[in-house]
Design a protein around this ligand. Structure first.
Ligand code: FES
Length: 125
């Protein structure tokens, strides 16, 4: 009689690996961005690789996802100390991420950010 070629342990390991791969594929890679600190205007922001990197005051950096908290459209416009989602017009404060006007009632999602030797890195690292 032939023995099964797949032990219970091998089967479970293969199943776990498949689920982990499917999970990673579904989640995708978390966005991250890197920019020279000098490229981020004081009192304003830049949008790099789906991340809003702002410098509300000199040397203080904050970052947010460009995914609008209203209905998920990308926030694409920077206007001084605010950013705007063109889909329905929500405007957000770059210093706090809070909504200033428009239909959004919650603030932008913050993203980890750090500055080292003149380079600002935002996103999961
Ligand atoms: S999705 Fe951004 S304002 Fe509606």
């Amino acid at each position: 009689m032939n023995q099964p070629s797949c032990s219970r342990r091998t089967f479970l390991l293969g199943t776990a690996t498949t689920f982990a791969g499917a999970f990673l594929a579904a989640c995708g890679e978390a966005p991250s961005a890197e920019v020279a600190a000098t490229q981020v205007p004081v009192g304003s922001a830049v949008i790099v690789d789906k991340i809003i990197i702002a410098q509300p005051t000199e040397g203080q950096f904050v970052a947010y996802s460009t995914t609008c908290p209203h209905q998920g459209s990308p926030i694409t416009q920077v206007d001084g100390s605010t950013v705007k989602c063109p889909s329905h017009g929500s405007v957000f404060d770059i210093a706090t991420g809070a909504p200033v006007s428009g239909p959004a009632t919650t603030g932008m999602t913050t993203v980890p950010v750090s500055e080292n030797s003149g380079t600002v890195v935002a996103g999961e690292q």
